[in-house]
Design a binder for this molecule. Structure first.
Ligand code: UDP
Ligand code: MG
Length: 337
């Protein structure tokens, strides 16, 4: 079991309410992991699931020593879960993967091969994507906006089947930005990134954990987390709107001179319309500034990104070898990372 003690590859998998997928996932993933030419650990981060997910994972761990489990006390989101996995990872290479089998585990060796070849970030482009038309459309818009806003020229930001060097994973975990879009943030730290095409499958069981609202929040994270573009846009938009207002005022004034006060009285409602445009623009601006202020506040407060719960007999295999020394050290790991 010494190979598991110093794994070269850490597979990080966020899991939330995936009771229907856990067993199939393990059945497909573990043979792939064992066939790797390097020792590997599989880190499942249970994102506060309320179904049988955690129990199933604990059961899997009994027979598979390479499985490591971390569990959140409640739902903190996929990105917090991935960061917790990065924090726990001991491998030189780290690979992330979704639990719903939309990312085929069979692709892992190809990603590990790229990491071993010296790339520190392996992105992926989903081929023949198996999501709804609406979801694909939304993704395309998100990808295009992200490319523009962040200046990061990636094809596919959404696919979570990715490889990271230890340095990048640890840096991301240490920063602990909770409102963060990991694939994009990783590129900020990458020195030698590459993108490879991977297969994509439809979700067999369970539903996507992302509602339209959550997707929108993610997009907002992306936009405010990576660029000042919205503020700049607002600035120039505000300028243009104000200038247009002044010009319109001048036109109205000139028309009044030409056509007399009767004509101008009819313009009262035009002025109302202009006023509404201004009021609307101001609210829009305030909302957006509020978003930035809110995020700054979040960082300043330094709240934990996640809180772990203690698990029964974690690290049992280690205790076999050194019962006295090991004790509670693994389950009692710092609750706040
Ligand atoms: N997930 C998570 N916490 C959440 C939502 C999702 O850990 O709050 C996990 C989920 O279990 C899955 C992965 O993140 O392993 C991707 O979620 P999902 O398949 O629902 O997203 P989609 O494929 O629709 O983008
Ligand atoms: Mg999915």
């Amino acid at each position: 079991m010494s190979e598991v003690d110093t794994p070269l590859v850490s597979i990080v998998i966020p899991v939330y309410q995936e009771e229907e997928n856990v067993q199939v996932l393990c059945a497909r993933l573990l043979p792939v992991v064992r066939a790797l030419d390097a020792a590997a650990e599989v880190i499942f981060v249970d994102d506060g699931s309320r179904d049988a997910t955690l129990a199933l994972l604990l059961a899997e761990r009994r027979t598979s020593p390479e499985i490591v489990i971390r569990s959140f006390a409640r739902n903190f989101g996929q990105h917090a879960a991935v960061l917790a996995g990065f924090d726990a990872a001991r491998g030189k290479h780290v690979v992330t993967l979704d639990a719903d089998l939309q990312n085929p585990p069979e692709e892992i060796p190809r990603i590990v091969a790229q990491l071993q070849a010296g790339y520190d970030l392996v992105g992926t482009i989903r081929q023949d994507r198996q999501d709804s038309w609406f979801r694909r459309r939304a993704s395309r818009i998100v990808n295009a906006m992200t490319r523009r806003a962040s200046g990061i020229q990636l094809h596919d930001f959404g696919c979570m089947l990715r490889g990271y060097s230890r340095e990048i994973a640890k840096t991301l975990a240490a920063r602990g930005e909770s409102h963060t879009f990991i694939p994009a943030l990783a590129y900020v730290y990458a020195k030698n990134p590459i993108e490879i095409p991977v297969a994509h499958a439809a979700r067999d069981h369970g539903d996507s954990k992302y509602s339209l609202l959550r997707l929108f929040r993610l997009q907002l994270d992306l936009l405010t987390g990576f660029s000042q573009a919205p503020m700049r846009l607002l600035f120039s938009m505000g300028g243009v709107v104000a200038l247009a207002g002044v010009l319109l005022g001048l036109v109205l004034f000139a028309m009044r001179l030409f056509h007399g006060p009767e004509w101008a009285a009819d313009g009262v409602f035009t002025l109302f319309a202009i006023l509404f445009v201004f009021v609307g623009a101001q609210f829009f601006a305030l909302g957006l500034i509020g978003e930035y202020v809110g995020r700054t506040l979040g960082v300043v407060r330094q709240r934990p990104t996640f809180i772990l719960r203690d698990l029964p007999d974690d690290g049992a295999d280690v205790v076999d070898e050194a019962p006295a020394a090991e004790g509670r050290s693994i389950p009692a790991r710092e609750a706040i990372a």
